[in-house]
Design a protein around this ligand. Sequence first.
Ligand SMILES: Cc1cc2nc3c(=O)[nH]c(=O)nc-3n(C[C@H](O)[C@H](O)[C@H](O)COP(=O)(O)O)c2cc1C
Length: 212
Amino acid sequence: MIGPQFSPDFMAQLDLLFRWRRDVRHFDTRPLAAGLLDQLLDQAMHAPSVGYSQPWRFVRVCTPARRNAIIAHVEQENARAASLYEGGQRTAYDALKLHGLKKAPEHLAVFCDIGTATGHHLGRRTMPETLIYSTVIVIHHLWLAARAQQIGLGWVSILDPAKLIELLDIPATWQLVGYLCLGYPAEAADVPELEREGWEKRLDHQHTRLQR
Ligand SMILES: Cc1cc2nc3c(=O)[nH]c(=O)nc-3n(C[C@H](O)[C@H](O)[C@H](O)COP(=O)(O)O)c2cc1C
């Protein structure tokens, strides 16, 4: 065996990490410990990327004016999304909490630089979307790294990327992939909130595969 070997204890902990990673929408307002965000981003950057392009770009949104403008925009988009549901589904939608932007101490916008020269375009000719996939993976690495340090991450997608790009004054080749909240969670759960709220259930893996 080359490289580190992982002990049964570690494997059990890793399993817990997968099972207890949650999309977090309830935060306490305590700031992240000094240096922790840098440490998490450093870990996340070990994510794979097409052609080793590392196309992810992070924007830490700090100013109250920008944070508040984004919160107002998400609330507007959320109201628009709610209006698409009717009857019982509308009632159920209204009961969901779909972001923790107000309390989360950190807002992080994650972009993909589709114009990056890093990686010399290797692997991107046939599937240019792999740049975006690479950026999604870095977010997932960040998600797990954060959970391992008791930091919750919530992914907010009820927004218009063009509006975010305008509010954050972003370079032309950067495409928004995710808007994230990070902070100490106000609760822990091994079941997704949408499942606890009766919105959706976890699929059995047998139902998500075919054999050919
Ligand atoms: C691409 C992506 C976008 C998401 N957008 C939102 C969102 O806008 N609001 C929200 O509350 N959750 C959002 N989520 C979180 C999902 O609702 C959550 O992952 C799912 O319900 C399963 O829960 P879990 O992450 O706690 O396992 C998003 C997740 C992903 C992967």
